[in-house]
Structures are given as C-alpha cells and as structure tokens.
Write a protein that binds this ligand. Structure first.
Ligand code: ATP
Ligand code: MG
Length: 451
C-alpha cells in the first residue's frame, strides 16, 4: 500500500517537474491525453456556461411534452473533429442555427480558463464551421519548429505562431515586407532565420547592411552581392534596377502573342517562363534601413534620393521580375524624408517586434490593423524575438522566430555556398572571400568580405 502511494507521489512529482521544465515533452507524454479527456468530459457544461448553446428546437419541446419526457437540454455546437497536435488541440465545430463565428471568438478567453489550456483562438473555416485552436503551453517561450514543414519554392518557414502553427514567409503571395522593432528586439535574428531558410533554395541573396556589415557579412558565402556602406548600397541598388530591366526584356522576348498561344502560357512574370529560361529570383535584405535615408551634406542628400528612388522602383516593379524586398529597421516613417511613406505603402508584409512607442508601431500597422499596434507595444522586453505580424486575411498573429545563432546561420550558408548564383549585373558586388582560414581561427574572421 505504502509502496503504491510512494510510486504515485513519484509519478505526480515527475509529471509536475516535466511540466515546469519541459512543457513540450510533458504535453506529448501526458498533457495531450489529459486535455482530450478534459475537453470531452467538460464540453457540454463549458459551452453552456460560456453561452455557446442554443435552446432545443420547438418540435423537440413539443415531442417531449407529448410523450411526457423531461425537457431536452440546450444544444452546444457539434464537434466535427478533435485533433491532437504537437502543441495543443484543434477542435472543429459545426455551429447551431442562430450562432455565429463571432460568438465563439468572443468566448475564447472563457474557453481557455474552462478547459485549462494556455491559449485559445478561433477562425471561421466556412459558413457554419469554426476551428478552435488550443495550445497546451506557451509555445513561444522556447520555440521549437516542427520537423516537417510545408516548404515550397519561395515559401519558407521563419517562425512559430502563438497558436502552434508555423509562420511562413511566402514571397509569391507577399513580395515585399517591412520588419520594425526597437534596438535589441530581435530583427536581425529574424532576418538571419530568413537567410538560413532561403539558403537551400534556388534564389540569389543580396544584402545591404549599413551596420558595417556585422550581421550579414559573416553569411557572405551564400550571398550573391553585399554592401556595407551607403555608397556601395546606392550602386548595388542601381545595378539591381538594371538587372530588373534585363529580366523584363527576357519576359518580353517570350511574350510572342499569336492566336495559337493558349492564354495560360502568356508570360507576365518570371514564374510563367519555362524553367530553363527563368531568371533566378532575388531576395534583397536590408538591415537598418534608416541608415540609407539619413544625410548630413548636400552630396549625401543626393545619394539618399538615389537610394530611395531605386528602392521605390524595385518595390513597384520588382515582383514580376522576381525581385523581393525584405526591409528591417527601428523606425520607418515620414521623418526620414520624402519618398519613405510611398515606399512603405508598397511593403505589404508587416512585422513589428517590441517597439518603444505607439508611433513606431503605427508605422507598421497604423494603416492596416489598429489593434495590432496595441499588441506590439505590449511585447515584454524579456521576450526578444516575439513579434506581431499581419497576415493575408487582414488579421494579425503573435510569432517568435527560433533563436538561430550566428554560428548556426554561418554553417547553413557555408553548406549551401555553391548554390549562390552568379548574376552578371551584380558581379562587382559579389563578396570576395579570403583564402581558407587557419583551423583555430574563429569562424567570423574566416570570411572577411569586401563588397
Ligand atoms: N527569436 C529569439 N529568441 C530568443 N532570443 C532572441 C530572439 N531574437 C533575438 N533574441 C535575442 O535578442 C538579442 C538581440 O537580437 P537582435 O540582434 O536580432 O536585435 P535587433 O533588433 O537586430 O537589434 P539592433 O536594432 O540593435 O540591431 C539577440 O542577441 C538574442 O540573444
Ligand atoms: Mg539588428
């Protein structure tokens, strides 16, 4: 008897310890089964308490009265599917007549407490069907990306969403993006994740890092062009604009429209071209964008205008030529001078890390999702890397990228170094790599690159 009691205490203590120190393992071992049982047992009463039930229909009441049976209880939405996942549960509900998706969304916080889950979100799948996603623990505290992700050309996983789903950066759906955040908020780590995720793909990476190249130059082996100061950046962007014009010439040459060419085969962007003719897509990563827009002298002002004009042209026309912009900075507003708000309007994807004031958050979301502004200000300082991202539906989500160290990103870039395409237009900016380093030298020194 005492032995079995001791064993029980040991199991409970081990479960408690696991839950505290390794919530993901706890979820996969014990948490998921307990949660399924809890949801199924409590479902009807919780739905009733949360006001998510409808009274029985009139004919049921009449039938009960006629047969002298007890009055039927109110109906909760029918469970179509209950699917356990790596991080939580996904519940698919069929709404009863008279209910709407907003009723469920408004009750998410109550459901979270009632089912003892960490987070609950809901979204409408189709009319009458709502998906409720629950997480069993704080998935953003220690981000672990699933082993299996749905990667496609120009669509890469970069972060985990707070509902446990993977956040993808899909360049063909959202060609250009802006990432804002205060200093030390995690922008460069986010960008590093992007580079590491894009490295195995057929894509040319172009980097502009005016912080003397400290973030992007260690990754130089996978880059086709790099710039670490404003002068080189201006020339590089001009070269990219002329590369874009060349790509348009290729598309034009392929566009011989005659009556016998089927509609679907008329090329309007690089993805319509046959694979052997398709120019390699280019992702342009800019870190600390404000550095490109600041000036002190008349000369520098001319250079600044040249840079902003080239960026605006790339944002305006780049998509069809397969040129995608990924811009990072602490602020990106009208105080940086003319042309900035126009450029910002063309950057569809918006991500905001922790910001210090409302006006910085407004630069990312003010014009698209006002409630995301509040969420961006509320990101705590002790959670670097947590960000708010606008999604394609007009909504927003809290995300966090995995903490990829510079060492890991360097290793990934070195492994795929031979995939870095040679673009003739960008050849002068190709990082020159030094002779192989001595074995005991630190990695970052091994690839001093000059643009
Ligand atoms: N996703 C993350 N998970 C855990 N820690 C992170 C994450 N992202 C960033 N950090 C931590 O925050 C620190 C600052 O990150 P990062 O250099 O990306 O900030 P930043 O926004 O680029 O700052 P700055 O504007 O000064 O360049 C990193 O050294 C890292 O320790
Ligand atoms: Mg940075």
């Amino acid at each position: 008897m005492t032995w079995s009691l001791a064993a029980l205490v040991l199991v409970v203590a081990a479960a408690g310890l696991l839950r505290w120190r390794r919530p993901a393992w706890y979820w996969l071992t014990l948490g998921v089964s307990l949660a399924v049982v809890r949801v199924l047992v409590r479902y009807a009463s919780v739905m009733d308490a949360c006001g998510l039930t409808v009274p029985p229909s009139r004919w049921r009441l009449t039938l009960a009265r006629a047969t002298n049976r007890p009055v039927p209880s109110p109906h909760a939405p029918r469970i179509l599917r209950l699917r356990p996942t790596r991080t939580g549960l996904v519940l698919r509900l069929k709404l009863r007549p008279g209910q709407d998706a907003f009723d469920v969304a408004a009750s998410c916080d109550r459901l979270r407490h009632s089912f003892a889950m960490y987070g609950v979100t809901s979204r409408e799948l189709r009319s009458g069907v709502v998906e409720v996603r629950m997480t069993g623990y704080d998935v953003l505290k220690r981000v672990q990306m699933p082993a299996k992700v749905d990667t496609r050309p120009m669509r890469v996983p970069v972060a985990l969403r707070e509902d446990g789903a993977v956040h993808y950066r899909d360049y063909r759906v959202v060609p250009h993006a802006l990432t804002l955040g205060a200093t030390e908020s995690g922008k460069s780590v986010y960008q590093r994740n992007l580079v590491a995720a894009l490295a195995p793909h057929r894509v040319a990476l172009v980097g502009i890092d005016c912080k003397q190249g400290v973030e992007l130059f260690p990754l130089a082996r996978r880059f086709s062009a790099l710039a670490d100061n404003q002068d080189t950046a201006a020339e590089l962007l001009d070269a990219l604009v002329s590369h874009m014009e060349d790509v348009y010439q290729v598309i034009r040459a392929e566009q011989r429209i005659t009556a016998d060419v089927p509609d679907a085969e008329i090329a309007a962007d690089i993805w319509d071209l046959p694979e052997d003719l398709r120019p390699v897509p280019v992702v342009v990563l800019v870190d600390e964008v404000a550095e490109l827009a600041l000036f002190a002298t008349k000369e520098e002002e001319k250079r600044r205008d040249r840079i902003i004009t080239a960026l605006a042209r790339l944002a305006q026309l780049g998509r069809a030529a397969g040129i995608y912009l990924e811009i990072c900075g602490q602020r990106f507003g009208s105080e940086l001078g003319k042309g900035i708000t126009m450029l910002r309007a063309q950057l569809t994807g918006r991500t905001a890390h922790r910001v210090n004031d409302e006006s910085s958050a407004n630069m990312a979301f003010g014009d698209i999702a006002p409630d995301a502004v509040l969420a961006a200000i509320q990101i705590p300082t002790d959670m670097p890397g947590v960000a708010i991202t606008g999604d394609s539906t007009g909504g927003w989500a809290r995300i966090r990228a995995p903490h990829t160290s510079l060492r890991q990103a360097v290793n990934t870039c070195n492994r795929y170094a031979d995939l870095a395409p040679d673009l003739p237009a960008l050849a002068p900016f190709r990082p020159a790599l030094a002779i192989p380093r001595p074995l005991d030298a630190p990695a970052v020194e091994s690839i001093p690159a000059t643009a």
